[in-house]
Design a protein around this ligand. Structure first.
Ligand code: UT7
Length: 325
């Protein structure tokens, strides 16, 4: 039985429509909504985000990211024994995005299901896949984060619509004799569900409740700076590593202020934080694998580096993972 799981390939996908803060602000102005590049950059670090057109879905983006991760791992779709997709913007109520992507890849047989932990979804999915691989239930697992948050944004609400973008990232996690995934820590506090949610549901052929994302940004911010340091320390301790051992921190890309604050509290130099929030905005469950793939492909992250993933999102859910890449 394999002792470990290891990331054997990464991939990502972004929809073609890249929108600057100025373009978004000009568009919002036509609706009477006042915002600016200066406000968005100073409060969040976001400069651009990619928006999918209405016909492009999280399955479309997830499939592209998955194919690129398979190529990078040197594997075929039929080699995969497990597909997990982290998403809060699936194509359908059911079947899962994982099943739909499996169908697109033209294979059958592997287990396939979605994980719903919002922005912490990728860390949750990675931790689940690691258990499957280490126990011998799957030799290779595809772990995908794929989102089209633009489809659930209220473009009349400037406190949320400037923050999010669309995209997908994927990793292949493979059985290995040498350590890769070292430890993970996952948590949730369902008592805080209402500070970040999309409360709508389908009932009797109609949408009951709002289908738009709503967030109490300040409440989430306060929770984020509190829980992220703790969960990162917990995962590092489980991995028997210290913040000094971290070569690259790959955080959920929601807000540059949260990312750098957490790094500083941990004593990790900000130069070791992978930053893509400026280019992608907040892509929820896709943000960590998107940042990871861009840092791998740019040569920032190299084989042997120790990585720290951390994320917090709706639920509240939060988690961290320590990985030898
Ligand atoms: O991915 C899941 C996890 N999510 C997060 O981690 C998000 C956490 N929260 C945040 O990142 C921040 O709270 C925000 C970026 C959402 C907001 O930043 P903030 O510094 O907490 O701003 P604020 O909500 O305190 O708003 C400050 C001011 C307000 O005006 P007044 O009341 O001071 O006059 C807002 O109305 O900024 C105003 N404002 C805006 N102004 C221009 C809010 N949104 C905008 C906007 N453009 N888009």
């Amino acid at each position: 039985m394999p002792s470990y799981s290891r990331i054997s390939g990464t991939g990502s996908a972004l929809p073609g429509h890249k929108v600057s803060n100025d373009e978004l602000a000009a568009d919002l102005a036509t609706r009477g909504i006042d915002t600016s590049d200066a406000w968005i950059v100073s409060r969040t670090g976001i400069r651009f985000r990619h928006f999918a057109d209405p016909g492009t879905t999280s399955v479309d983006l997830g499939e592209q990211a998955a194919r690129r991760a398979l190529d990078a791992a040197g594997l075929q779709a039929q080699d995969i024994g497990l597909i997990i997709v982290a998403t809060s913007t699936p194509d359908m109520i059911f079947p899962s995005n994982a099943a739909l992507i499996q169908g697109r890849l033209g294979v059958a047989g592997a287990a396939a299901f979605d994980v719903q932990a919002v922005c912490a979804g990728f860390v949750y999915a990675l931790a689940v896949a690691d258990q499957f691989v280490r126990s011998g239930m799957a030799q290779h697992a595809l772990v995908i984060g794929a989102e089209v948050f633009s489809h659930i944004l209220d473009f009349n609400d400037r406190t949320t619509c400037v923050l999010f973008g669309d995209g997908a990232g994927a990793v292949v996690l493979s059985a290995s004799d040498t350590p890769g995934m070292l430890a993970a820590a996952l948590h949730a506090d369902g008592r805080q569900a209402d500070i970040l949610c999309t409360p709508g549901r389908v009932s009797g052929g109609e949408i009951a409740g709002s289908p738009f994302l709503k967030m109490d940004g300040q409440a989430v911010f306060k929770q984020a700076v509190h829980v992220l340091e703790d969960v990162a320390r917990e995962a590092l301790a489980k991995a028997q590593r210290t913040p000094e051992d971290v070569d690259w921190m790959v955080p959920h890309q929601a807000n540059i202020r949260i990312m750098t604050h957490t790094a500083k509290k941990l004593g990790i130099p900000v130069e070791k934080v992978v930053v893509t929030v400026d280019q992608h905005g907040n892509t929820s469950a896709a943000s960590i694998p998107l940042a990871l793939d861009s840092a791998v492909r740019s040569g920032q992250i190299r084989r042997g580096d120790t990585l720290l993933f951390e994320a917090v999102g709706g639920g509240l859910t939060w988690g961290a993972a320590v990985v030898d890449y």
